[in-house]
Design a protein around this ligand. Structure first.
Ligand code: ZN
Length: 313
């Protein structure tokens, strides 16, 4: 967030100078509508719906956390030159939310949070472990982890993209939008069936507090090692509280994220005589897998870990 308070025009100017000296300025000769995003789910959504009719750029590189990402001046130029910017609109990308306020009227801005109401308050499905828990805070940003809310974002994105592409491409774009909607409903049914059966537990133990929307959709509770943003290290007292909460609930699996150090989770796993399993919060591309920016594949790849954690048959 270090650049959030800097004058946006100064950054844009600096970025423009950088871009001017570079012969590979993005989409310089491509006149298709350009869409800029910062999250994997929206990259997938825009690519799946837009197809070859649009050019989608995710300015957060693979392996980076959108929570901690700082845009370069050139990233800001990409925003400035975009036709459509899809912003989450809640918390996770405060700099992005601020930057889009300064964009020219030629840039259409779509806020996912406007499509995905009602939003959840931070800590909505997090089991309280004492005074260190977040309460009454801002809304939780991780709305893309609920396929139904993401489908609502996709519907509005379809409308927005349809208004940008040539008339002759609209029908197939809308058809892709409808297909994406159906795929997300199918994903919802698959997850609901997998996690809705006779599982031993309804509580998961995660690295950062990213799973409230998943928990909301599939009737789960969450204990998390870190807060809503993964840059908050837990105190020894907090870790002890987590270990006790896990033991009380029969939890023996800690769900660890690809882009966060697993040292704390490993230590906790030893303490509760448990193990770790991977769980991707679908924020950015994991460069250590071949799943790329395919939201459906990443969500589906999460299912075995969730089934193990919950003790599902
Ligand atoms: Zn997160």
């Amino acid at each position: 967030m270090s650049s959030a308070g800097l004058p946006i025009l100064a950054l844009l100017l600096a970025g423009a100078l950088v871009a001017a000296g570079c012969t590979s300025a993005p989409q310089a000769t491509d006149d298709r509508p350009s869409v800029v995003v910062t999250l994997l789910a929206y990259q997938w959504l825009a690519t799946a719906i837009g197809g070859d009719s649009v050019v989608v750029t995710n300015i957060v590189p693979p392996g980076s956390s959108p929570h901690e990402f700082d845009p370069t001046p050139r990233d800001l130029v990409r925003l400035y030159e975009a036709d459509l910017v899809l912003v989450n609109g809640v918390e996770i990308e405060a700099w992005f939310t601020q930057a889009v306020k300064d964009l020219p009227s030629s840039v259409k801005v779509l806020r996912a949070a406007d499509s995905a109401k009602p939003l959840l308050a931070a800590g909505a499905h997090t089991i309280s472990l004492g005074e260190s828990d977040e309460e009454e805070g801002p809304n939780d940003p991780h709305l893309w982890l609920d396929p139904i809310r993401l489908a609502a974002v996709g519907d509005d994105l379809t409308d927005a993209l349809a208004s940008l592409v040539p008339v002759e491409e609209r029908e197939s774009l809308v058809a892709r939008g409808q297909s994406v909607h159906r795929q997300l409903l199918d994903l919802n049914a698959t997850i609901g069936t997998a996690l809705g059966g006779d599982c031993a537990r309804r509580t998961i133990l995660t690295t950062h507090d990213s799973m409230a929307y998943l928990a909301d959709r599939y009737d789960l509770s969450v204990v998390s090692i870190l807060g809503i943003s993964p840059d908050e290290e837990p105190s020894p007292a907090r870790l002890q509280q987590i270990a006790e909460a896990a033991t009380e609930r029969g939890i023996t699996t800690i769900l660890v994220e690809p882009n966060i150090s697993t040292a704390t989770a490993q230590a906790l796993a030893e303490q509760i005589h448990g193990t770790t399993q991977p769980l991707d919060p679908v924020e950015s591309i994991n460069p250590h897998t071949d799943l790329g920016a395919d939201y459906l594949k990443v969500m589906t790849a999460n299912l075995p870990s969730l089934e193990v954690a919950l003790g599902c048959p």
